[in-house]
Design a protein around this ligand. Structure first.
Ligand SMILES: [Cu+2]
Length: 115
């Protein structure tokens, strides 16, 4: 009985760190999907699923090991804009043609128009 109580308490305290967030991640095709999900195969992330239709990533992670911000940075680092971070242009350019989604920021285009 005591063992069960201890185990229950333990799993509750572990679960308390677990968060599930939905993050907008820009991408295009199945290759993007596998790239995004492969990037998130790391310690602290329990599951990650990106939908090619909705462009939404549902990620379950241990908030004591990784933050929502860090997750978005990891994704941006492999070429995918997220709702908060923008991928480096050079990384984006290196993506296969089918993965060239429409960029989140049009700031550069606007700049060019202004000049
Ligand atoms: Cu793709």
């Amino acid at each position: 009985m005591l063992l069960i109580a201890t185990l229950t308490f333990f799993s509750v305290s572990v679960n308390a760190q677990t968060k599930t967030d939905t993050i907008q991640v820009f991408g295009e095709c199945g290759m993007c999907k596998s790239r995004i999900q492969k990037t998130l195969k790391m310690e602290g992330i329990a599951s990650a699923a990106w939908d090619t239709e909705t462009k939404l990533l549902v990620v379950t992670y241990d908030a004591s090991l990784i933050s929502n911000d860090e997750i978005q940075k990891k994704i941006a680092a492999v070429g995918h804009d997220t709702e908060k971070y923008t991928a480096d242009d050079k990384v984006y350019e290196k993506l296969p043609g089918c993965c060239h989604y429409e960029r989140k920021k049009t700031a550069k285009k606007e700049e060019n128009i202004n000049q």
